[in-house]
Ligand binder design. Structure first.
Ligand code: EPZ
Length: 427
């Protein structure tokens, strides 16, 4: 297994190209199931999760062709073609590797009239049920059966009927599954309290480009007029706001200056707001977002919330940065029940953090010291990298496969702005 080694204490300065958004890509890829035409997606990040999703789609009969990437360039173009659906079963051994596999449920049901998907089960950060996905699909007329660890969904008479569903809890994935099911349903569907994350708008924009009829894009009230069929499209994935926010924290924790090339300010309002309150200077320009820090960090009070609130996917990264703030910060994680697994490892590097239920009290310290630390989940591993960038001496981050799920060529991007960082294989 690979590990990442960092010699801390370098002030980072320069430009980092922001890749396509992982959480948008994982919602756009299954749209290939909705049409017998070809779908070409550009700016796809080169990530393990994107590769896994491609393999799952292959299992369902979708052909995928990836165009080469020139050296030093980021993002890939992939052409997907589901001329026929060869199988409507997403097996356990594939779903267990990546929870987002559940996003084939809605489109497969819409296209083929049936879908059998392994229940994804929980993961490190929480139980992560799919009850809202299933409730939404039932409101569209789906018959749902749970057996032997699988969910089997069927559309009576082979086609879903439009319906209304109000989400009791904001759910990104359930909103995405419901949208991909509703676009081919007979009649009108309305989703209330739908997720408003930019990745949802990206999905809606692709579906509209494929011929879907959706109103209220960007709002929590989505109205879908079902159509008889969708055609192919060519579409570029939006830039990754969480990757951009993560590298902004790298500027903050090292007192550096990083230009996040390609980042979209409108996607990052709550992140930018928090960065400014922490004492960083944030400028928007034609190329993206420039973040400058002066080495002094102010403490913050942050509560995670659905968009446009402060993103839960940024909590661990901000905690790492605030561990060096001048004072006490208060974080509250309201989305997932177990998203503080980075804390024990940060403590081993000298961070002073108290956890009380879903709240964390971060007492700012003068310095962090390098250590060998263990990554546990994607964003936790990024928080350890950030701490390593600022820590004295050397930090080794183990189990970097977690990082490879969400950060494209991380060590290459950080080296380019002055970090002493390398990947080492341990066989
Ligand atoms: C998406 O996960 C993201 N993943 C997550 O990013 C992100 O943290 C999350 O949205 C919240 O923004 C992808 O887009 C692939 P949810 P998702 O459904 O869709 C509960 C990362 O680091 N819930 O919005 O699974 C759930 O338990 C990953 O990039 C139900 O109770 O999140 C959670 O408490 C981590 N029943 C809350 O809702 C359901 O049926 C929000 O979950 C579905 C969700």
């Amino acid at each position: 297994m690979d590990s990442i080694w960092i010699q801390g204490g370098k002030r980072l300065e320069g430009k980092i190209p922001i890749s396509g958004a992982k959480n948008a890509a994982l919602a756009l890829l299954p749209c290939a199931l909705l049409t017998e035409d070809k779908l070409t997606l550009g700016n796809l990040p080169r990530l393990a999760d994107v590769d896994s999703f491609g393999h799952l789609l292959n299992q369902l009969g979708v052909s995928t062709m990836v165009e080469g990437v020139r050296r030093g360039e980021y993002g890939r173009r992939m052409t997907l073609h589901a001329a026929d659906i060869a199988s409507t079963v997403a097996p356990y051994d594939m779903v267990r590797k990546m929870r987002a596999s559940i996003l084939v449920l809605g489109p497969m049901l819409a296209r083929a009239g049936e879908a059998t998907v392994s229940l994804p089960g929980g993961c490190a950060i929480g139980d992560r049920p799919i009850d809202l996905h299933l409730q939404a699909l039932e409101c569209l007329g789906a018959e749902i059966e749970l057996a032997a660890g699988y969910v089997k969904a069927t559309a009576p008479k082979g086609r879903l009927a439009g319906g209304d569903y109000s989400f009791p809890v904001v759910s990104v994935g359930a909103t995405e599954n419901a949208l991909m099911a509703a676009v081919l349903a007979r009649g009108r569907s309305q989703l209330f309290n739908a997720a408003r994350e930019p990745e949802i708008a990206d999905l809606c924009n692709l579906l509209v480009a494929m011929g879907a009829r959706i109103e209220g894009i960007g709002s929590s009230h989505l109205i879908v007029e079902g159509v008889e069929g969708l055609h192919g499209a060519t579409y570029d994935v939006m830039p990754d706001r969480i990757e951009a926010g993560s590298y902004a924290c790298a500027a903050g924790i090292t007192g550096g200056c990083i230009e996040l090339v390609g980042a979209r300010p409108g996607d990052m309002c709550s992140i930018v707001n928090a960065l400014c309150h922490a004492g960083l200077m944030v400028e928007f320009n034609d190329h993206g977002v420039k973040v400058t820090a002066d080495g002094k960090l102010k403490p913050l009070a942050l509560t995670t919330a659905p968009f446009p609130g402060f993103a839960t996917d940024m909590q661990a990264q901000f905690m790492a940065m605030l561990s060096l703030a001048e004072g006490d910060s208060f974080l509250e994680e309201t989305i997932f029940e177990n998203r503080y697994m980075h804390v024990p490892e940060l403590r081993r590097m000298g961070a002073d953090v108290e956890i009380r239920g879903r709240s964390a009290l971060v007492h700012g310290v003068e310095k962090l010291t390098g250590a060998s630390v263990m990554a546990t989940d994607l964003r936790a591993s990024m928080s350890l990298v950030l701490a390593g960038l600022a820590a004295e001496a050397e930090t080794e981050v183990l189990r970097v496969y977690h990082l490879d799920r969400g950060y494209e060529r991380l060590e290459e991007k950080l080296s380019a702005v002055g970090a002493a960082i390398e990947r080492r294989s341990s066989g």
